[in-house]
Design a protein around this ligand. Sequence first.
Ligand code: SF4
Length: 116
Amino acid sequence: MHPCGRVLNEEFILGNIDEITNFSEIYNNDAYKKLVEGAIKRREKCKSCNVYKYCNGGCNSDALLYGSLEENHHNACIVNKAMFTYTEDAFNKIIKGEKICNNKYIIKRLKEKYQF
Ligand code: SF4
């Protein structure tokens, strides 16, 4: 078993489904501990980021793919910052009534959900 379909590194194998007797065994091993500790260290570095409230430190798989579980200055991070900054700006404009989108369905759904 792996943490997700993208984290297939040998060091993060959490167990063998045919060998475990209890699901908690998956969370009580060194691989899982290493994964969580690395993610916590990365997210500590992220806390000053202006999109942290949306991104929350990004994806473990992306961090591993680009070098290290503990690092956040990689390509996915650049994409996350651009995407969340753009989305926040667009959303704020829509709330203020600025027309940035002609898709009536999207506008209707946003109005229903956020009541503006
Ligand atoms: S965009 Fe990058 S620095 Fe900001 S919270 Fe996400 S992973 Fe961390």
